[in-house]
Design a protein around this ligand. Structure first.
Ligand SMILES: Nc1ncnc2c1ncn2[C@@H]1O[C@H](COP(=O)(O)OP(=O)(O)O)[C@@H](O)[C@H]1O
Ligand SMILES: [Mg+2]
Length: 346
């Protein structure tokens, strides 16, 4: 399965819930967050090697362990292919599995060994990857091939990924069959009903409530975004002295909540941008929440698209923007355009 959507919609929370379900059913569970760039590539691979070993050892004492023990050699050997030296000295035995030094062959052998062991234990092997759009292309391609093979051979190996809205595109670019490989779910704003429930239910559990008008003030400020509901909800809870939150307190809560967002969620991203990058972001903000055409941005700034490509790429690496499709660019964070406009005014 692949979950995609903007930041703050609840992808990581969902991914963690799925991984926890798998763990409770004694699956071998590997969880990692991909990181961008050359340094990120090394870090992600090292994490994969380490998680494999830790994930397997977590099953010690479980039924799967009897079968999994034999795959520990592959798990140890794969660490070398992943460039994670020294991780696996304790388990490496040279068995001729997952030790060719070719990432594709080794990952395939490892997944085969581990998932067949897990099948004997009537469980599965789950690889949960957050920020999957940042996975390096080589590793992404290898993992897609192995997932494809697993489907054909009936190995209980499942990749569950989460990432920005460009993730499905990245997957089908890497492998044409990628489109059919996953169940794709777009995660976006909650419905009005779900958003209302997210605010009202936890409050009612502790014997308090929001006045109807207060609820609608908070809901319209949050615009269905889970992270914003969290912020405005907390702010309302902190502001209101009584058990029923009135409209006036909700209004104050929206002011404070927005200020919290400006000084945290948004500010963190703004601070990471250099002056030249901020000029680019300001030009984007004119389009509001809509994607901007990179050609149009170049025209606004009186520069060539090529000249701006470096700036654009740096902003993508910093996770502030992403390319929903070729020739267009969009903020990864809902509400970023409004924040930038507030900066211009201030
Ligand atoms: N289903 C939900 N209902 C209400 N709030 C949620 C839900 N899922 C996530 N949140 C809130 O949104 C915040 C951001 O979620 P997160 O999973 O980190 O988003 P993402 O990974 O998409 O950027 C969480 O810390 C939580 O406060
Ligand atoms: Mg996340």
């Amino acid at each position: 399965m692949v979950l995609s959507g903007l930041r703050g919609v609840g992808k990581t929370v969902l991914l963690n819930v799925f991984a926890e379900h798998a763990r409770q059913n004694d699956w071998l569970v590997i969880q990692l967050e991909a990181q961008p760039g050359e340094a990120g590539k090394g870090a992600t691979r090292a994490k994969l090697a380490r998680e494999l070993e830790v994930g397997a050892r977590r099953l010690r004492g479980k039924p799967a362990w009897a079968y999994l023990k034999e795959s520990m050699a592959s798990i140890g050997n794969i660490s070398a292919s992943l460039g994670a030296t020294g991780v696996s000295a304790s388990v490496t035995t040279n068995q001729g599995r997952a030790d060719s030094g070719n990432l594709d062959i080794d990952i395939e052998e490892l997944v085969e060994d581990v998932s067949l062991a897990m099948r004997k234990a009537r469980a599965g092997f789950g690889l949960f990857i957050d920020e999957m759009q940042d996975l390096d292309e080589e590793l992404l391609t290898v993992l897609l091939s192995v997932q494809h093979l697993a489907g054909q051979r009936g190995w209980p190996f499942y990749i569950v990924g989460a990432g920005l809205p460009n993730l499905p595109g990245k997957i089908s670019e890497a492998r044409t069959y990628g489109e059919r490989l996953f169940l794709y779910k777009t995660i976006g704003q909650l419905t009005e009903e779900a958003a209302a429930e997210a605010l009202a239910l936890p409050i009612s559990r502790i014997g308090a409530s929001t006045a109807p008008e207060a609820l609608s003030i908070l809901l319209s400020a949050a615009n269905g975004y889970p992270y914003f509901l969290q912020i405005y909800g907390r702010s309302a809870w902190d502001e209101a002295p009584d058990k029923v939150i009135p409209a006036e307190d909700a209004q104050v809560a929206v002011r404070y909540g927005t200020s919290d967002l400006d000084h945290g969620f948004f500010e963190a991203r703004w601070q990471r941008a250099t002056p030249a990058e901020r000029v680019y972001l300001r030009a984007m903000a004119l389009d509001g929440e809509q994607p901007s055409s990179t050609g149009e941005i170049a025209a606004r700034l009186g520069k060539s698209t090529n000249k701006l490509a470096v700036i654009r790429q740096r902003l993508i690496t910093k996770g502030v923007v992403y390319a929903p499709e070729y020739g267009s660019i969009q903020f990864t964070v809902p509400g970023m355009a409004g924040f930038i406009e507030r900066q211009t005014e201030g």
